[in-house]
Ligand binder design. Structure first.
Ligand code: DOR
Ligand code: ZN
Length: 446
């Protein structure tokens, strides 16, 4: 008989209401969401005073495995995820080698099966020449196109190549949108830049807007599902508003919480692609989330070592770690009254599951996977570099005190994080996709 766990007395964020309820897990599934106090169980978790929510789905991380594992690997990245309340991650293809074939995709899936303590999935990269591979790939949330270049050498920005990819593939497409020629022209105009704040002059609003406009045009003409990664400006949100029927977009904590004003304090710790934007943009992103123009919050966790980050601009690499603090950062905003718990669950759990057609995740519902997080909304902790689980061992939020933390993370019925400790022996499972479902617009009840 499958192991039965009763989670008793938590305030549960269900799809339609937030109520005190008893949840029973049987094996790797949620068996009941309204069990009596006396329900039979092998294990009882007393969760009174805590909130139970679906596990966070972070559909945008870089875990660097294979090839760049001095920065992170699938074991350390997944442990950082578990600590942060993230029960499923989808990883980007700019590893070494890059994930450009179905075979390389399957190799990553095998690697994750042997190393990852949470559930996983991997995007396949678009190149100018791998159409057949993109058509063959199935076990993936979708295709990632670097329409603007970033870390690594993946770039597809020729119009004919993009037209072909949008016309001849069916998987959902997501893209890094920063216009390459604008970025190059901006860089040339300041001789490549010499200080970290130059990064935001080079990768400016115009670069993002031109590329998002171009991508939306492709998506609309080809009627192809399209998702804009890491939206960083209010101007992009205005564009998204006009195309909200075919395109979805995401916000990342670094763009919600940092602006160009933070270079003075944080230097290259806030150097990322797309770059942080001038003050006013974070507020615009929050408004877009509130209005439903941006649909979800994911991290773009992109670790580099502090040694690498210490290089002078422009040699310093772009990217920062976030997967272990993203939920706490958002719960802290709940404690400050900026958003509700239900919104956090929608942005970080429910919507990623809809956008990527994930089977059985993102909600506390009978029959769904037992991917769950218990959070203590009253717990205050200070983020510290030396306590980070990510292999790169730093956080741009070092020194910041946050209220609202995950205290137990459950992956497919197994407790992987509890009382500050991670069970390294737990293994997650491969996420499954039903792309015929048609994504957010076909699945959203709202
Ligand atoms: O800042 C970033 N870092 N943006 C990206 O698009 C890639 C990422 C990385 O892989 O380092
Ligand atoms: Zn990324």
């Amino acid at each position: 008989m499958a192991h039965r766990t009763l989670i008793r007395g938590a305030t549960c964020v269900m799809p339609d209401e937030t109520v005190r309820a008893n949840v029973v897990i049987e094996g790797d599934r949620i068996a009941s969401v309204d069990a009596p106090d006396s329900a039979r169980a092998d294990e009882i978790i007393d969760a009174s005073g805590l909130v139970l929510m679906p596990g966070v789905i972070d559909s945008h991380v870089h875990f660097r495995d294979p090839g760049l594992t001095h920065k992170e690997d699938l074991h350390t990245g997944s442990m950082a995820a578990a600590k942060g309340g993230v029960t499923t991650f989808f990883e980007m293809p700019n590893t070494n080698p890059a994930t450009t074939t179905a075979e390389l995709l399957h190799q990553k899936l095998d690697l994750a099966a042997s190393k990852s303590v949470v559930n996983y999935g991997f995007y396949i990269a678009a190149t100018a020449g791998n159409l057949a591979e993109m058509q063959k790939a199935e076990r993936t949330p979708g295709i990632k196109i670097f329409i603007g270049s970033s870390t690594g050498d993946l770039l597809v920005d020729g119009q004919d190549d993009l037209e072909r990819i949008f016309a001849e593939t069916t998987l959902p497409i997501c893209a890094h949108c920063e216009d390459e020629s604008t970025v190059r022209a901006n860089a040339a105009s300041i001789s490549g830049g010499s200080a970290y704040p130059d990064h935001s002059r080079i990768r400016n609003e115009e670069a993002a807007v031109i590329c998002v406009r171009r991508s939306m045009d492709l998506a609309r003409r080809h009627r192809h599902r399209f998702h804009v990664l890491h939206v960083s400006t209010g101007a992009e949100c205005e564009l998204l508003k006009d195309h909200a029927d075919v395109v979805t977009g995401e916000a990342c904590p670094h763009h919600l919480f940092f602006s160009t004003d933070d270079y003075d304090r944080l230097g290259s710790r806030v150097q990322m692609n797309p770059a942080v934007k001038p003050p006013g943009n974070p507020e615009a992103l929050w408004t877009a989330l509130q209005q439903g123009v941006l649909k979800m919050v994911v991290t773009d966790h992109a670790p580099h070592t502090l040694g690498e980050k210490a290089a002078p601009y422009p040699k310093s690499p772009s990217g920062l770690p976030a997967v272990e603090n993203s939920l706490a950062l958002m719960l802290d905003q709940v404690s400050r009254g900026r958003c509700s718990l239900e919104q956090v669950v929608r942005w970080m759990c429910e919507t990623p599951a809809l956008v990527w057609d994930i089977v059985g995740k993102g909600r506390i519902e009978e029959g769904f996977d037992a991917d769950l997080v218990l959070v203590d909304l009253g717990k205050t902790l200070t983020v510290r570099d030396e306590e980070q689980v990510t292999k790169c061992r730093w956080s741009p939020w070092h020194g910041q005190s946050l209220t609202g933390w995950p205290v137990r993370t459950i992956v497919m019925g197994q407790t992987v994080f509890h009382d500050g400790r991670i069970d390294e022996a737990v293994r997650g499972t491969e996420a499954r996709f039903d792309h015929a479902r048609g994504g957010y617009w076909a699945s959203a009840s709202a």
